[in-house]
Every structure is written in structure tokens, then in C-alpha cells.
Design a protein around this ligand. Structure first.
Ligand SMILES: Nc1ncnc2c1ncn2[C@@H]1O[C@H](COP(=O)(O)OP(=O)(O)OP(=O)(O)O)[C@@H](O)[C@H]1O
Length: 399
């Protein structure tokens, strides 16, 4: 997701430009929570279910986002996708920072936006909390006042807002940092203050934009675990946007994979990693993925290669297998393996403590080898090798 979270000029602004005396107006409108606020009279329909129910259509030049998103209260969705897929646009549309071109956005049965009816609740009146990638804390306010800002904007008197903020900081394990200004906070602490600030408004929809991207690897591990706990306690819908499959798998109940503005796959993390349906997802979860036609235990790919599988299937299928399941041989092996292909090394790169070898030929594939195996095989780009794969290492499923 891009770091540009600034709204277009025509749109209402998210946290106001910090100034020395940033302070919400005393007469700030009370927040409507979508159940008993003024929105509920014109938007609520008893047939509607709680949670998020949206079709987000946004045109930006030649790009069109068109996603259907729904989630029950307590559910955490992760929007995952390559650069330019439309994740930021979707998050901004949910926050009300980018208007919908068409579709509808409903939260707990209340319509927040419906272009066809010219209905659009401004962002500041939506029960939505946002944690931005770079947190956007007010630099001149203490952690406590940053968190108290939201309740103050909702009309909570100063002392009560500060008491609520202190309570949130306490829950985040930051009671002793309440008086610190953002520049004195570590990355992990700033992330927790930003989360507390979003939660302090008691949102019915929590949006998190690459919540861990600004952190170094070690802090990330710690903060990821903390965030997971807070999201598990959160009773409303949370939507996070990330590039990082690990963040998505750890934090979300359901992944929504977006490519070119559309959902290409959604489901529980385990299902998606077991049954990827696009090359992007397969590479994300580290699998070789092919599409072909099955006839019993044989799958014939479009390019002519065949793969032997253990499942008994008929018709269009996907076949996936991990790079670590591939064995390479310098010469044609005297092997009983049905899956045997003559391939050429196209490239190699480190992958954790293994070397990932990119092979082209009859069945282009990735193979993970130890450094010792790469040395023993004297692998180098252009080298011809034979690859074997046991049928039991493949996983085939209907396309
Ligand atoms: N203000 C804009 N005007 C026109 N097109 C835009 C604008 N902002 C984004 N786009 C286009 O919309 C598409 C989706 O962009 P978006 O930032 O939502 O993707 P993303 O999935 O968040 O990508 P990344 O992970 O790189 O941030 C891209 O093709 C982008 O070029």
C-alpha cells in the first residue's frame, strides 16, 4: 500500500493538520454508532445483518476497483494483493476518504454510502477508526492527548476523555508512556498509541493500513503478537491491508486476495495457502502452481507436460507442490518417479537458509535446495538437470 494517505482536495480531511493548539471543538457532534444515532433512522433495516456489507466500486482513471466485502462483527479481514491491486483505494473508500463511484457501503445495517441515492455520510461521522501506516500521531500532543483526541471529537468532556485514554494506554501496556510525545516513543509504542487512538472512538469498523510495515523485523514480531491479541478482543469488524502474507495469515480470520481491482480468491488462510488459485497467491505462499486437465491420476498441462497426482480427478484442475519437494539430478535418474522432467537452470537466489533454483523447460518450476546440494550438482545458469517429484508431494483440486 502506498504511503499517500492524504485525501484528495475535494474530500474531507482525516486527522486535522496538527497545530500547536489542536483541540477538538467543544460542540463537536456526538458520534453515531450506527445503532442508535441519527443514521439509524434513515438507514437501518431490520433485515440487515450486523457487520460490514459492501460493494465498493471506485473508478480512478483507467483503473476500476470492484469488490464485494462482507464481515461479521468480531471478524478480521486482510486485504492482500500486489502493488497497484487497489488495496489502498478499498481502505480509503471504506473510511469515506475516496467516494464510491457505485455500489453501497453498509455497516451494522446502516447505509454509510450509496451513490445511487446520493447518500454519503462524511468520514468524520462514520463509526470508523483508522490506523495509518505511519500512524499520523500529533507530534505536539502527548500519547494521552493523542488518544483522548477521538473521544473529545465525539463530544466527551475533557476529563472523561483523558480518563478513557489513560485506560486505553493501560490496556496497551503503555501507562508509563502517557506523558511522552510521539518523537520519544519507539516504533512499537507509536503503533500501539495509534491503535489505542483508533479504538478509543469505539469504532464499528477498524481499518489498519499496513499496520506493521514501519517496524523493524524484531519489533514487528513482538507488535504482531500484541496486535493479534487486541484484534481478537475487538468486537466489531476489522479490515487490514498488507503486502505481507505472514501478517495476513497471523492476524486475519479471512484473507481477501485482490488483483487488478477484483477479488481473485478469499477464504481462511489455511485454505488459501493449500489451494491457491493464481500465480500471485502461489508465489506468496511459496508453491509451484499449474492449471491443466485431469484424467484420473494424470494432469495434462496446456504446454503438453504431464503431472502424476494421487487424487483421482476429471476435468480442469490446479496442481500445486512446494519447491522443497523437488529433487534435482545431474543425469537422467534410474528412478521410478512418474514425475520426471528435463530442465535448465535459469537462475538462483537465497531463500532463507536454502537456495531457490528457478528452472525452465517442459515444466517451469522452482526448487529449494541446500547450499551443499547446489555445490554438489555444480548448478549454474544454463546447466541442464533432471527433476523428480513424488506424486504424493502434489496437491490437486478442481479449478
Ligand atoms: N489518485 C489517483 N488517481 C488515479 N489513479 C490512481 C490514484 N490513486 C491510485 N490510482 C490507481 O489505482 C490503482 C490502485 O492503486 P492502490 O494504491 O489502491 O493499490 P494498492 O493495492 O494499495 O497498491 P500498493 O500496494 O502499491 O499501495 C493503481 O493502478 C493506481 O495507479
Amino acid at each position: 500500500m502506498t504511503t499517500d494517505t492524504s485525501p484528495e482536495p475535494t474530500e474531507p480531511t482525516e486527522p486535522p493538520e496538527p497545530t500547536e493548539d489542536t483541540e477538538p471543538p467543544e460542540d463537536a457532534a456526538p458520534h453515531t454508532d450506527g445503532r442508535d444515532g441519527r443514521d439509524s433512522r434513515d438507514g437501518r433495516d431490520s433485515r440487515d445483518r450486523d457487520g460490514l456489507d459492501a460493494r465498493l466500486v471506485v473508478d480512478r482513471g483507467t483503473f476500476r476497483l470492484d469488490l464485494r466485502l462482507s464481515a461479521a462483527p468480531g471478524e478480521v479481514l486482510a486485504l492482500l494483493g500486489p502493488n497497484g491491486a487497489g488495496k489502498t483505494t478499498a481502505l480509503r473508500a471504506l473510511a469515506g476518504l475516496t467516494p464510491l463511484t457505485a455500489g453501497a457501503l453498509r455497516l451494522d445495517g446502516t447505509a454509510l454510502e450509496e451513490p445511487e441515492r446520493r447518500l454519503r455520510v462524511p468520514p468524520e461521522d462514520r463509526p470508523v477508526g483508522v490506523v495509518f501506516q505511519d500512524y499520523l500521531l500529533f507530534p505536539h500532543l502527548t500519547a494521552l492527548d493523542n488518544v483522548a483526541f477521538g473521544p473529545r471529537c465525539q463530544g466527551v468532556p475533557k476529563a472523561a476523555a483523558r480518563a478513557q485514554a489513560a485506560d486505553w494506554l493501560d490496556r496497551m501496556g503503555l501507562a508509563d508512556r502517557a506523558g511522552a510525545k510521539p518523537r520519544a516513543l519507539s516504533g512499537g509504542q507509536a503503533q500501539r498509541v495509534a491503535l489505542a487512538r483508533a479504538l478509543a472512538t469505539r469504532p464499528r469498523l477498524l481499518l489498519l493500513d499496513e499496520p506493521l510495515a514501519a517496524l523493524d523485523a524484531r519489533t514487528r514480531l513482538e507488535v504482531r503478537a500484541g496486535l493479534r491479541r487486541h484484534l481478537a478482543d475487538f468486537q466489531a469488524v476489522a479490515v487490514l491491508v498488507t503486502h505481507d502474507p505472514l501478517d495476513a495469515m497471523v492476524l486475519a480470520d479471512r484473507l481477501v486476495v485482490v488483483e487488478e481491482g477484483r477479488i481473485v480468491q478469499e477464504g481462511a488462510p489455511a485454505d488459501i495457502s493449500r489451494r491457491p488459485r493464481t500465480d500471485y497467491i502461489a508465489s506468496l505462499v511459496g508453491l509451484n502452481l499449474y492449471q491443466g486437465r485431469a484424467d484420473g491420476h494424470t494432469v495434462r498441462l496446456d504446454g503438453g507436460a504431464t503431472i502424476t497426482i494421487t487424487e483421482d480427478l476429471t476435468g480442469p484442475v490446479f496442481v500445486a507442490f512446494p519447491p522443497a519437494a523437488v529433487t534435482l539430478h545431474p543425469d537422467r535418474p534410474d528412478s521410478s518417479a512418474r514425475n520426471l522432467w528435463r530442465l535448465e537452470v535459469a537462475g538462483m537466489e537465497s531463500h532463507g537458509d536454502q537456495i531457490r533454483v528457478d528452472l525452465t523447460g517442459e515444466l517451469p518450476l522452482l526448487a529449494d535446495l541446500t547450499t551443499a546440494a547446489v555445490a554438489e550438482l555444480a548448478l549454474h545458469p544454463g546447466r541442464t538437470v533432471w527433476a523428480t517429484l513424488k506424486a504424493t508431494q502434489t496437491h490437486a483440486y478442481p479449478a
